[in-house]
Design a protein around this ligand. Structure first.
Ligand code: AMP
Ligand code: GLY
Length: 438
């Protein structure tokens, strides 16, 4: 497969300097951080967010089109001469937004539908790993309740992980302590709570070890790894309680050079090659959720996009202009751009959530105190699930705000982030107190 090099980086900079219109698709903390970073690019004139949130509204213009309204989005891009569309969440990617934009002659950053299946179907991802010898846990997939139950009957009792194969907003994974727990998780998976995502259930051997999120930019030929980050998925301190979309992140994570090479040669390169061999050339952010086991690194999951909240601290540490990297990836000429430069300091992001999250929660709860937080280059509060009603800021989602701080070390970054959280209040607000503490 050969990359089509539309034009050189120098010519992009000459023709687009200060004139680009960029559309960010999505409305969470990741998209606020993307808009914040993109808006700083000297190449960019205007940033739009669809549908955006009160945070993106301060940086550019929000457009009232939902992230899953692909026709509406491409229509807006065509009518308004959008030069680059950057898709935050997985659902539009899995639904084929990149293919649709391509058909209409508009540049859209991210994997196309076939490549996004790496996240859209956990069963596909597991088969790919098995076929191409990419290390992961042992796994079994079933598309019916009876077969899944029969599997549990037949196995020795013990810990196991149950996953809905399709997209479930980070909530489709249950780490089970025994078969009884797994039986409940399986019934819930097939009871329709994840829609079609639960039609296929995956069982996985439960692995042990520290986790790391490794996100790489790739155009299918060249790979540019971002800095490693560590998400904290369970809702409670000390990794207790149910899994969430992510309660907070620290970056960088120290990875010994030998292990870093192992991750590259055993996981990242083989994944990109495997996708090429399957005729699903991957262009975009490739997120590998890894567990560093005693036997070596293992793939827990792939995502076809940037992580949320990994994006917030990563982009605060990224000193290079993001836009040339996105353009080069989308145009298949990543080889031609310089490697990104990172702030050497540590970034910590703590997510403030609605009472009850990741279960049911109220929306429309007034948020106070954001004006008391002194934001700047070392501290940002990214809006994740907020809305503005008559000028008042209210909660509008489970993960509400992502307070992100830089510091000379983890302790300093933590101190700054948690200090800022003290100023913010809303009824039911909760967050983890141990992000980046280990
Ligand atoms: P996933 O969305 O697949 O990354 O799963 C969410 C979280 O569940 C991961 O971050 C891990 O903490 C945990 N998890 C997923 N798969 C496994 C596994 N096979 N063994 C142990 N823990 C897992
Ligand atoms: N923070 C995990 C994810 O974005 O999937």
């Amino acid at each position: 497969m050969v990359a089509v090099k539309a034009f050189s980086r120098a010519s992009v900079c000459r023709t687009l300097r200060g004139s680009m219109k960029v559309l960010v698709v999505g409305s969470g903390g990741r998209e606020h951080a993307l808009a914040w970073k993109i808006q700083q690019s000297p190449l960019v004139d205007r940033v739009f967010a669809a549908p955006g949130n009160p945070g993106t509204a301060e940086l550019g213009e929000n457009v009232d089109i939902a992230a899953d309204d692909l026709e509406g989005l491409v229509g807006f891009a065509v009518d308004n001469g959008i030069d680059l569309t950057v898709v935050g969440p997985e659902a539009p990617l899995c639904a084929g937004i990149v293919d649709l934009f391509r058909e209409r002659g508009r540049l859209c950053f991210g994997p196309d539908r076939a490549a996004a299946e790496l996240e859209g179907s956990k069963a596909f991802a597991r088969r790919l790993c098995q076929h191409h010898r990419i290390p992961g846990p042992q796994w079994w997939a079933y598309d019916g309740l009876a077969q899944a139950r029969a599997f549990l009957e037949s196995r020795q009792d013990g810990p196991i992980v149950v996953k809905a194969s399709g997209l479930a907003a980070g909530k489709g994974v249950v780490v089970c302590k025994d078969n009884e727990h797994a039986r409940i998780a399986v019934s819930e998976c097939f009871d329709g709570r994840f829609g079609d995502a639960g039609n296929v259930v995956l069982f996985e051997e439960r692995l042990q070890g520290p986790e790391v999120s490794l996100i790489t930019l790739t155009d299918g030929e060249t790979i540019v790894p971002l800095e490693p980050a560590r998400d904290h998925k369970p809702v409670g301190d000390g990794d207790t309680g149910p899994n969430t979309g992510g309660m907070g992140v620290i970056t960088p994570v120290a990875i010994p050079p030998r292990l870093a090479r192992q991750i590259e040669t055993q996981i990242v390169f083989p994944t990109v090659h495997a996708m090429n061999r399957e005729q699903r050339r991957y262009r975009g952010f490739l997120y590998a959720g890894l567990m560093l086991t005693q036997q070596g690194p293992r793939v827990l999951e792939y995502n076809c996009r940037l992580g949320d909240p990994e994006t917030q601290p990563l982009l605060m540490r990224l000193q290079s202009d993001l836009v040339p990297l996105l353009l080069a990836t989308a145009e298949g000429r990543l080889e031609s751009v310089e490697a990104p430069v990172w702030d050497r300091r540590v970034a910590v992001c703590v997510v403030a959530c609605s009472g009850g999250y990741p279960g049911d929660y109220k929306k429309g709860v007034p948020i106070f105190g954001l004006d008391r937080v002194a934001t700047g280059p070392d501290l940002q509060v990214f809006h994740a699930g907020t809305r503005s009603t008559g000028g008042d800021l209210q909660t509008a989602g489970g993960r509400v705000l992502a307070v992100t701080a830089l510091g000379d070390d983890a302790a300093a970054a933590r101190e700054r982030a948690y200090q800022a959280l003290q100023a913010i209040e809303f009824e039911g607000m909760h967050y983890r107190h141990d992000i980046g503490a280990q």
